[in-house]
Design a protein around this ligand. Structure first.
Ligand SMILES: Cc1cc2nc3c(=O)[nH]c(=O)nc-3n(C[C@H](O)[C@H](O)[C@H](O)COP(=O)(O)O)c2cc1C
Length: 271
């Protein structure tokens, strides 16, 4: 079956579909658009979604699954700026449970983040079992201590963190977050880690809009990325899969009152 179908009655032969195609594999002829090289189609759906008259269909990105964009209001720059600038990493959580449907709604947005060649390819593990979460914190500290013992340079400044945990039992790793989202990818999937970054950042932003709080769990990510078995076991990561991103989740305990400043932007213009 051909990937592209053109409705000749509707097609105005404007060529926009060919122009937006990421791989340049749509050519224009007197009959309208033509797929030049099917194997290179990455199913991104740009060609079908951009068509002003809905004349084009693509088996890999069917029109029937697309939603008319005019159903969604475009946010203005002030709202977008305030929203992006007010997002914070949340490190104190209420104990409240989040309904499973709400977590699914949150994770669903991750599907729409950019991914290399539209490869996507992520799966998620959501952990809410308190014993498992404790094990992950404990194993992460254990792993950090091993790095410090063996003189791994980057780990040394974090000796204090491990010490606080050992002395006080305060969860300095997962901040007693009631949920942990773990993004996993097939081990050999080279784009997986970048894809996970963008997908989880979509989750982080959407969480803020949903009244939820998140925080990247960087130490857990590094330890799991180094294949530290106790962490992978606690997360029940199947063989052949790797952890590509980890994020705490819960209802925020506190509300921020002010926006902070950051380092000034550095820009070089090459005219
Ligand atoms: C890759 C990455 C890893 C991070 N790891 C941790 C972490 O392990 N623990 C933590 O409390 N915050 C972590 N953070 C959050 C940063 O500390 C935070 O983004 C930064 O201080 C700016 O604060 P804000 O996110 O509230 O604006 C991480 C952030 C990123 C992007």
């Amino acid at each position: 079956m051909e990937l592209l179908t053109v409705n000749q009655e509707l097609c105005v032969k404007c060529g926009i579909c060919a122009e937006v195609c990421p791989n340049g594999i749509i050519g224009m002829s007197a009959e309208g658009p033509q797929m030049l090289y099917e194997p290179a189609c990455i199913a991104c759906g740009h060609c079908t979604a951009v068509c002003p008259v809905a004349a084009l269909d693509n088996v890999k990105a069917p029109l029937s699954k697309q939603v008319k964009l005019d159903q969604y209001p475009v946010i203005n720059t002030e709202t977008a700026y305030a929203f992006l600038r007010s997002r914070r990493s949340i490190r104190n959580y209420k104990k409240d449970k989040i309904a499973q449907e709400k977590i699914l709604q949150l994770l669903d947005i991750a599907r729409f983040a950019p991914s290399g060649c539209n490869s996507q390819g992520l799966s998620y593990v959501v952990i809410e079992n308190p014993e498992k979460l404790k094990k992950i914190t404990e194993a992460t500290i254990e792993w950090l201590e091993k790095q410090i013992e063996t003189n791994v340079e980057w780990a040394k400044p974090f000796a204090g963190l491990a010490e606080v945990y050992r002395k006080t039992g305060v969860d300095v790793v997962l901040r007693e977050a009631p949920y942990l989202i773990v993004a996993t990818v097939p081990q050999e999937f080279s784009l997986g880690h970048d894809n996970a970054r963008f997908s989880l950042e979509y989750v982080e932003l959407y969480a803020a809009a949903m009244g939820l709080g998140t925080c990247w769990a960087g130490f857990v990510e590094i330890a799991a990325g180094a294949q530290y078995k106790p962490i992978l076991e606690a997360m029940e990561i199947p063989d052949g899969f790797a952890v590509a991103g980890v994020m705490m989740l819960g209802y925020p305990k506190h509300t921020y009152q002010r926006l902070v400043d950051r380092n000034p932007i550095k820009v070089t213009w090459l005219a």
